[in-house]
Design a protein around this ligand. Structure first.
Ligand code: 3H9
Length: 724
């Protein structure tokens, strides 16, 4: 017989202990919720039970509703049969007091059950919160009603909208828990607390009826209005943050009615486009850490105790900052003392900035700064566990560096390159330690951006890959394992983002500022033209050249970057690019000169006097910019550059800022359907194929196949998230 998902034990003291047991996080499935409520009813009816303690097995209280069941969710019923009403009536309204004994975490539905108890005890390592909004839903077991009544309306809204998980001491100060006790005393103290409520020594408080943390309705309404203004930016393109505020507001007058409505809305949001996308991202973030042949071999990651960086430019100093921030000693190597001073000073400035933002003490700041050392000599690398090269993008330069690294570093030191362009096999061609070679491709600024592409070659050993995955986690990066190839995953898939925008602007006459606005409205952090200004137009020229060499048939012959570079309009850093920038700011303004620059680009592209602007809708512009990205993503999947489609989704979100609530580039493509994307690309291909754009809009063979078979883009790669 399967072991029960919730156990029930009554001790001699008359306390019934109800324990949720649903590994790995004691999540609330329908079965768990029914069993908890049934055990509460049993406890209420048994004469030998005086009080109840609700807890979780294996030192964890509960991680919330079982998200695995969301995709196949059926309605849990409505009205008085629904889960929330049963929780209200049975747990909170029942005749015997209940205390939640909370260890490690009480999240989402887990915290909601705890809040329906009459008191909560937690251990010092516990985190508590209602993170439902990260999944595109709102709490659905009374959380929007009980949390404000325990911590106040303003704090409850902050916690839900910004997905804050309170540490136990903060939860105690805020009123969310009643006591913090050591883990070894948790159960005994919770029992005592419950018996004290039963005997009247501690007042019996039903959360929904509490008024001690909430002022008059008018005051709460004012708080809600101010929060609506404060969090306006979160409401763009998604329904759940506004739904959460609306339901908190409704509950000010009638929390019981509001909590029934809350459950209904939460269920509807689960199957909304943004709900499905955000739940997909949640699982993608966990799947990416599983690399077959690496993380499933029983190997133990070796600890990286010290790191060296070769090259202290923008990337090198950013990487050194990310390493030092996690208390790992780091050396930076430069070629001369001026460059070295600049590099060390940049890291120091980054750390000072972080210290200011995070309120570090001077002592802590100095301790972290002391971890960063500069050197001009590889001889100092003798003891480091990992070297990351972030030098100039030149094959001979990198090959020389790796030869030196092999000579001076210890025999098991991992040798990595931050190249974003060059094949790792080529970088390490002159070394003999191919099994220790890998790519660690950071995104700029490296101490801020969360993505790390871990590039492996055929020869990179599983141990080295595992060590790097583990190291990435330690320096707070999300590692996506990719195959060594041009552009890896993110730069490769998103190269067409800028190319298609250029095609639209130069060849079809669409205003670049309109293109940027459409992409921003879609949810990208910046449009393609603003992005080229941020990166610098020289980078655009260099990447364009590389692409032209690698994929000559699908690269625009001429983009704006080369013209802008000629005119010394290099982007943000020169105050002029596609946009103009007010001196000393990053605030962009349309440049009146751009019209003439575009006209020149057309002349140079051979577009004669008969050239005519094309009238085109916002929707078509969006698709003309993003469908080529989906098309390239299909090639990335086909070539197995990533392990799974969800890895590319995650990389697109973390590396390019593709909106999370759209699930990533492949997930979004699948939400529209391969057939639609294929038919649009085919249309543009037939309309616009020319010397300038050739096969740019031509559907890739894998998209063609997927559309014909009515399959999903995600299944272009064999390994899927759900099969792991
Ligand atoms: C909710 O509660 C709605 C209610 O309001 C309404 C009810 C009607 N379900 O993160 P980890 C899996 S919505 C199922 O690596 P950690 C996870 O996929 C929920 N599975 O561990 C992974 O599986 P695998 C609101 C879950 O120790 C494994 O557990 N709650 C769930 O670093 C380990 O996860 C949340 O949003 C779940 N709820 O962190 C909390 N949670 O090994 C979401 C995790 O197969 N969860 N798994 O890949 C978390 O934040 C973290 O997982 C947690 C543990 C802090 C709990």
């Amino acid at each position: 017989m399967a072991s029960p998902v919730v156990t029930f034990d009554v001790g001699d003291d008359g306390v019934a202990v109800i324990t949720m047991k649903n590994p790995p996080v004691n999540a609330i499935s329908g079965e768990v919720l029914s069993a908890v409520l049934a055990h509460f009813q049993t406890a209420h009816s048994r004469k030998d039970v005086k009080a109840i303690v609700l807890t979780g097995a294996d030192g964890k209280f509960c991680g919330g509703a079982d998200i695995r069941g969301f995709q196949v969710r059926k309605s849990v019923g409505a009205g008085r049969e629904s889960g929330v009403i049963r929780v209200n009536d049975i747990m909170e309204g029942g005749p015997k007091p209940a205390v939640a004994a909370i260890e490690t975490f009480a999240l989402g539905g887990g915290l909601e059950l705890a809040m329906a108890c009459h008191a909560r005890l937690a251990t010092p390592n516990t985190r508590l919160g209602l993170p439902e909004l990260q999944l595109g839903i709102i709490p659905g077991l009374g959380g929007t009603q009980r949390l404000p009544r325990l911590v106040g309306v303003g704090k409850a809204i902050d916690m839900m909208l910004t997905v804050q998980m309170l540490p136990a001491d903060d939860a105690l100060r805020s009123g969310l828990v009643d006591a913090v006790v050591p883990p070894e005393r948790l159960l005994a103290d919770a029992k005592k607390w419950a018996l004290n409520i039963a005997s009247g020594r501690i007042p019996w408080r039903r959360t929904l009826a509490r008024t001690d943390h909430v002022g008059p309705v008018e005051e709460s309404l004012k708080i809600i209005e101010s929060k609506r203004a404060q969090y306006k930016h979160l409401f763009k393109n998604v329904p759940h943050p506004a739904a959460c505020l609306d339901i908190v507001q409704r509950g000010l007058k009638d929390p019981y009615a509001a909590s029934v409505m809350e459950e209904k809305i939460s269920g509807e949001l689960q199957v909304s486009p943004s709900g499905k996308s955000l739940i997909h991202v949640f699982f993608s973030e966990r799947a990416v850490l599983k690399v077959p042949g690496v993380t499933d071999r029983g190997l133990k990651p070796r600890q990286i105790r010290s790191v060296a960086i070769v090259g202290g430019g923008l990337m090198g100093s950013g990487i050194a900052t990310a390493v030092a921030l996690q208390q790992i000693p780091v050396q930076i190597k430069e070629t001369d003392s001026d460059a070295l001073n600049r590099a060390v000073n940049t890291v120091r400035a980054n750390l000072e900035n972080r210290a200011k933002k995070s309120g570090w003490t001077q002592q802590k700041l100095q301790k972290v700064i002391a971890l960063v050392k500069g050197t001009l000599d590889y001889k100092d690398f003798g003891n480091v566990d990992l070297v990351m090269e972030a030098a100039f993008e030149s094959i001979p330069v990198k090959q020389q560096i790796f030869e030196a690294l092999e000579r001076y570093c210890k025999a098991d030191c991992i040798l990595a390159t931050n190249t974003s362009l060059i094949d790792i096999d080529v970088v390490g061609a002159k070394t003999h330690c191919q099994d220790r070679l890998a790519g660690t491709h950071f995104f700029s600024p490296a101490h801020v951006m969360p993505l790390l592409e871990l590039v492996r070659t055929e020869k990179t050993s599983p141990q080295v890959q595992l060590d790097l995955i583990n190291f990435a986690k330690i320096i707070r990066k999300i590692p996506v394992t990719v195959k060594s190839s041009v552009g890896f995953a993110v730069n490769r898939a998103f190269f067409p983002y800028v190319s298609s925008a250029n095609f639209l602007a130069i060849y079809l006459g669409v205003d670049p500022y309109r293109i940027d606005r459409i992409l921003k409205d879609f949810g990208m952090p910046v449009g393609p033209f603003r992005m080229t200004d941020m990166a610098g137009q020289q980078i655009g020229v260099a990447t364009g050249n590389l692409w032209r060499q690698t994929f000559p048939n699908r690269t625009l012959k001429m983009g704006l970057s080369s013209l802008l570079e000629e005119k010394n309009r290099l982007g943000e850093k020169t105050g002029k690019g596609v946009y103009n920038y007010k001196p000393g700011t990053r605030k962009e303004e349309p440049a009146p000169e751009l019209k003439d620059i575009l006209a020149e680009a057309r002349r140079r592209s051979g577009l004669g006097a008969d050239w005519q602007e094309v009238s085109i809708s916002d929707q078509e512009i969006l698709e003309m910019v993003l469908f080529p990205v989906v098309n390239e993503a299909c090639r990335v999947l086909e070539e197995k550059v990533v392990l799974r489609a969800s890895d590319l989704d995650l990389a697109s979100i973390l590396g390019m800022g593709f909106p999370r609530y759209r699930g990533g580039i492949v997930f979004w493509g699948d939400s529209l359907g391969a057939e639609h994307i294929h038919s649009q690309l085919s249309k543009w291909y037939n309309l616009y194929k020319s010397d300038a754009i050739e096969e740019f809009y031509k559907p890739s063979p894998s998209l063609e196949r997927t559309a014909a078979s009515k399959g999903t883009l995600a299944s272009i790669v064999e390994l899927t998230r759900s099969r792991l």
